[in-house]
Ligand binder design. Structure first.
Ligand SMILES: Nc1ncnc2c1ncn2[C@@H]1O[C@H](COP(=O)(O)OP(=O)(O)OP(=O)(O)O)[C@@H](O)[C@H]1O
Length: 370
């Protein structure tokens, strides 16, 4: 299977620049996810790879073939890419087998060969027995598998999936996610996946590309994206995160605005957050904060008040008041109320320049009125 190379891709709709200088290379067999909030340009990027949109600038190449750029534009039907979109768009008046036959007819595959390919594709998605059913006789999950089989039936070089699971209910979606991952691994097909669901991106991907307002913000493995987000915005978007503003008072010390207390932080920080005297945002994940027995001494011991608690099966989630801030903490300790002692391991903290914009809803969540 070939590599997918997108270089300096830009796209404008009239005056609106929706993609700016997007560059990434997807390796053979990789599961690569474009992740970001609604409107950031994920689907447009995928559409430029598919040939459904013509880029304003930059290049798109698969293997040694340039599909777009330098005066070239190959239409979608010339690209041999498999596509599945949010609405599976099966033809309702055709059986499963007839749905799968359509792309083969368009490619003028002979009838006997068609039959073999349809049987193979349905076996891949576990629906060999369903070839004569109509779409309305299938569950949502099964319809989505048929859509996938229809995209695989002509052996595409790359699979492009745009929110293919978003029409499924939560439980079915979890099952479909696991199934899709197994299938992709078995087939070893290079896959570009679009989602705004961070859990889905973390669970499925070999690498994730996080986009924001038409820019590529970070590309990395799920672990890199979650544990070392490049910006506070990525930290806020991928997983839950607390943000505390303060002033850097030493190479490894920040005085927090919310309590006036100083905490020890790692000496390494995101570029622009390193200068002593500068304003910073400290980001820390809820599961990296620890509620301990009162009276504990040591580094980064803070006092907070329990505002609310909720039991979510595998753990308890607490909203705590820390000075004039609300922070979220995950804990195994049930039934905590009143004052609690909190430990913030220095290594759990990540520092960003405080000018790093946070989404408004996150900023609003972290402040409490007195
Ligand atoms: N055909 C079009 N004409 C004009 N503007 C468009 C067109 N298609 C997309 N846009 C705009 O481009 C921007 C990016 O859209 P895109 O669909 O790529 O975002 P997205 O990240 O996939 O969002 P979502 O998750 O909501 O699908 C949006 O502001 C959108 O309104």
């Amino acid at each position: 299977m070939p590599e997918v190379k997108v270089a300096n891709l830009s796209k404008r709709f009239g005056d609106n620049a929706v993609l700016r200088d997007i560059t990434f290379t997807i390796a053979d067999g990789e599961f690569f996810t474009l992740l970001g909030p609604s409107g950031c340009g994920k689907s447009t990027t995928l559409a430029c790879i598919a040939g459904l949109e013509r880029p304003t600038g930059g290049t798109v190449a698969v293997g040694d073939t340039t599909f777009a750029g330098a005066g070239t534009f190959v239409p979608p039907e010339g690209r041999n890419l498999g596509m599945v979109f949010q609405s599976y768009a099966l033809w309702p008046h055709m059986t499963v087998a007839q749905n799968l036959a359509m792309p083969l007819k368009i490619r003028k595959v002979d009838r006997r060969e068609q039959d073999t390919l349809i049987t193979e594709a349905l076996a891949k998605v576990g629906l060999a027995e369903y070839r004569d059913r109509y779409p309305h006789q299938l569950s949502g999950g099964q319809q989505q598998r048929v859509a996938l089989a229809r995209a695989l039936v002509y052996s595409p070089s790359v699979l492009l999936l745009d929110e293919p699971l978003s029409n499924l209910d939560a439980k079915l979606r979890d099952q479909a996610r696991a199934w899709l991952k197994r299938l992709q691994t078995e087939l070893g097909i290079t896959t570009v996946y679009v989602t705004h669901d961070q859990d889905e991106a973390l669970a499925l991907s070999d690498r994730i590309a996080v986009m924001s307002k038409g820019d590529m913000v970070q590309i990395g493995t799920p672990q890199e994206i979650y544990e070392t987000p490049a910006t506070a915005e990525v930290a806020a978007f991928v997983g839950r995160c607390n943000f505390l503003t303060g002033t850097k008072t030493g190479p490894e010390e920040v005085r927090l605005d919310c309590t006036g207390q100083s905490i020890t932080v790692p000496s390494s920080s995101v570029e622009g957050a390193g200068d002593v005297g500068g304003r910073v945002t400290v980001a820390v994940r809820p599961e990296r904060l620890e509620i301990v027995s009162t009276g504990r001494a040591g580094v980064n011991v803070l006092t907070a008040q329990v505002l609310t608690s909720s039991y979510v099966g595998s753990r308890h989630e607490y909203d705590l008041r820390l000075g004039d801030h609300v922070i979220q903490v995950e804990s195994n300790r049930p039934g905590l109320t009143g004052e609690v002692t909190l430990v913030v391991e220095p290594e759990a903290c990540r520092l960003y320049p405080s000018t790093d914009a946070l989404p408004e809803d996150v900023a609003a969540l972290t402040t409490v009125s007195h």
